[in-house]
Design a protein around this ligand. Structure first.
Ligand code: ADP
Ligand code: MG
Length: 459
């Protein structure tokens, strides 16, 4: 009879309206003359209640006179998913892009557990304040995060803008804030998502003509967190949408937390007025780790995993793996896995053996900036020519050489290399790499030049 009621409703309101508002309804059960219907968000519940509540009740009455009341509720939040798992955030979408392209009716018993009452979408259980190791390089950001978690929207802390290089703990701190706020007050809704997901959802909403709901849902949260905001560089429409959401929330006294790989002032390609607003709360940076912090992190992780790691091995890792905490963690995990697998203790020798490749890669790690400096020097250019828009051959070619070397000598991705070369597109980097590879084959003098540069950088 529930299926019939849904079908009737769909006929009455039409396909588009049904998909936008009603598709996610599931029947929780009927008990004591009351039918309970679940929806994933507060916003949807309120909307359906006020716009379709009476109709739903009338339809129930017609189908089954024993049902005297119809109650619409928000489904209880499911357990948080792992950060890398299939993102439940997308499923919370009223009429997601993927689904509108391929309608796929799912039985309520499968859909119900996915529904969640808020948008605390993939939160990593490990990323809490308890597991975050504080040291000089991150103590300020950590203190700000704590403050926001304890008292959202404190004067001067809204927005909280955290920035720093890859793997220094930005996402960890954001999740920690979300967990803490959630723990302190379960009625508070916290929405966490990457800027990329924000854009994806926005576009999906545009395509399915449900931007209204997208806006309303976002604007109904108490805390909004957007991770890796630099992703919005050059994405004008999404930026605009974020700007409006941002203003609406701040005006209502809601807390915003944003992370990025650079400070607001360096976010070239983000509109001025947005940049200004981003920088007008608290700006906290996560500095590169120090040897001491790396050692403390290793000790904490080894203790948490309950494995015995000799101090000499920790010192080796902390000395060699300096780039980011993620890699440090990865190295430790590999050591532990290896020791478990073979039932042997971890020693300095086994560390050298197991981490052979990682340790070697770190020995000759070259930075993009170093490459740009050396190449500019070699061709008698200024460092700024490496990132400028000038296209004259005598500038463009060396720039291509630098991009090529960045691809060869660092582990940076094409988009990242592009960004570091004056915000160029990854296809520009790809083109540079193949052009230089061609020239190396065709032109012996050029090949020698590049080989020389490479040698200078590697030693
Ligand atoms: P970012 O978002 O800045 O790129 P993450 O927050 O994803 O970096 O951190 C990368 C990894 O390093 C995560 O597993 C995180 O738990 C760990 N990590 C980073 N900083 C710390 C820290 N201070 N204490 C404990 N773990 C950390
Ligand atoms: Mg991150």
């Amino acid at each position: 009879c529930w299926a019939r009621i849904r079908a009737r409703l769909r006929d009455e309101v039409g396909e588009v309206e049904y998909r936008t508002w009603l598709r996610q309804m599931t029947l929780h059960g009927i008990e004591g003359g009351e039918a309970v219907i679940l929806l994933p968000t507060r916003f949807l519940r309120d909307w359906v209640n006020s716009h379709y509540g009476d109709r739903l009740r009338a339809l129930w009455q017609a189908e089954d006179a024993a049902v005297r009341r119809v109650e619409i509720r928000v489904a209880a939040a499911a357990e948080p998913a792992m950060a890398d798992g299939p993102a439940p955030a997308v499923r919370a979408e009223p009429a997601g892009l993927a689904e509108s392209l391929a309608p796929r009716p799912m039985p309520p018993e499968i859909r119900a557990p996915e529904a969640r009452s808020d948008w605390v979408a993939p939160l990593e259980p490990r990323f809490t304040f308890d597991t975050f190791v504080v040291g000089k390089p991150n103590e300020f950001a950590h203190a700000c995060a704590r403050r926001v978690a304890e008292r959202p929207n404190s004067p001067g802390f809204n927005p909280l803008f955290m920035y720093g290089g890859v793997g220094l703990g930005k996402t960890h701190l954001m999740h920690a804030i979300a967990w803490a706020i959630r723990e302190g007050d379960t009625a508070r809704t916290v929405a966490y998502m990457s800027a990329e997901k924000f854009m994806y959802r926005f576009i999906a909403a545009l395509r399915s003509q449900s931007t209204m709901e997208f806006k309303e849902t976002l604007r109904s949260v108490d805390v909004l967190m957007i991770d890796d905001l630099q992703f919005l560089i050059g994405k004008d429409n999404t930026q605009e949408e974020f700007f409006h959401t941002f203003n609406a929330l701040v005006d209502q006294g809601k807390q915003i937390v944003v992370s990025s790989d650079k400070p607001p002032s360096d976010l070239a390609g983000i509109e001025d007025r947005l940049r200004t607003r981003l920088g007008c709360g608290m700006v906290a940076d996560l500095h590169a780790t120090t040897y001491e912090l790396r050692l403390s992190i290793l000790q904490a992780k080894a203790a948490a995993a309950q494995v015995l790691v000799p101090p000499k091995v920790m010192e080796l890792l902390a000395t060699k793996i300096t780039s980011n905490v993620r890699e440090l963690e990865g190295a430790l995990n590999r050591l532990v896995a290896h020791a478990n697998l073979f039932g042997r203790p971890i020693t300095v020798d086994s560390a050298h053996e197991v981490l052979h490749d990682v340790l070697r890669a770190h020995e000759k790690r070259v930075s993009i900036e170093e490459i740009q400096r050396k190449v500019a020097e070699h061709y008698n250019l200024r460092l700024t020519d490496m990132v400028s828009a000038r296209r004259a051959r005598n500038v463009a070619r060396p720039r291509q050489v630098a991009m090529y070397l960045a691809k060869q000598l660092t582990q940076r991705s094409l988009p990242e290399i592009g960004r570091r070369f004056g915000n160029r597109d990854h296809t520009t980097v790809m083109h540079a790499v193949s052009r230089v590879s061609e020239l190396i084959i065709q032109d012996a003098a050029f090949a020698e030049d590049v080989a020389l540069l490479r040698k200078m950088l590697e030693t």
